[in-house]
Design a protein around this ligand. Structure first.
Ligand code: FEO
Length: 172
């Protein structure tokens, strides 16, 4: 059964949003790199890779369903940060926005009874929940421990330990 134009349109748009997310998180990594906080920079570089994986998974889904996606222009991230908490707060705000986009994709699929796409999007719905939790935890940690140099150093070491693992559930 072919995907409907409503569904292909929102999914094609979501590829662009995920690529923008990747781009945005690279600017967060750049901020922390400049500050000498390589652990935080590492965390966001990995986040950028994950966001690209999300874009590629949606692209693959469209291709596998006989739809040729269009790669649109990616917006330029325009946020400027002046303290170490600001990117973390911007990260939570962005993830909440992406959650709303994923939920919209789901609602569009539901409205045309596209069960296959709803099932495909289940992974993204769960992933967004995890990403919002991570973003909230990072803000809490920064507020609790980031205000003295030793606490910030320990947090940076913790985020340095994050390694990139491609999700086995994503068909890339
Ligand atoms: Fe793939 Fe967290 O947006």
């Amino acid at each position: 059964m072919a995907l409907t134009p409503e569904v292909t349109s929102v999914l094609n748009e979501q590829i662009n949003k995920e690529m923008y997310s990747s781009y945005l998180y690279l600017t967060f990594a750049d901020y922390y790199e400049d500050r000498g906080l390589k652990g935080f920079a590492n965390w966001y570089e990995i986040q950028a890779k994950e966001e690209m994986d999300h874009a590629l998974a949606i692209r693959r889904y469209l291709l596998d369903n006989d739809f040729k996606p269009t790669m649109e222009a990616i917006a330029k991230p325009d946020k400027v940060f002046d303290n170490d908490l600001a990117p973390l707060e911007a990260g939570l705000e962005h993830e909440e926005y992406v959650t709303s986009l994923i939920h919209h994709c789901y609602e569009v699929a539901h409205s045309v009874h596209d069960v296959r796409t709803m099932k495909f999007l289940d992974w993204f719905v769960a992933e967004q929940g995890e990403e919002e939790t991570n973003a909230r935890d990072m803000i809490t940690n920064m507020k609790l421990f980031g205000c003295d140099p030793k606490g910030l150093y320990d947090l940076d070491r913790e985020y340095q330990a994050r390694t990139y693992v491609q999700s086995a559930s994503l068909n890339l």
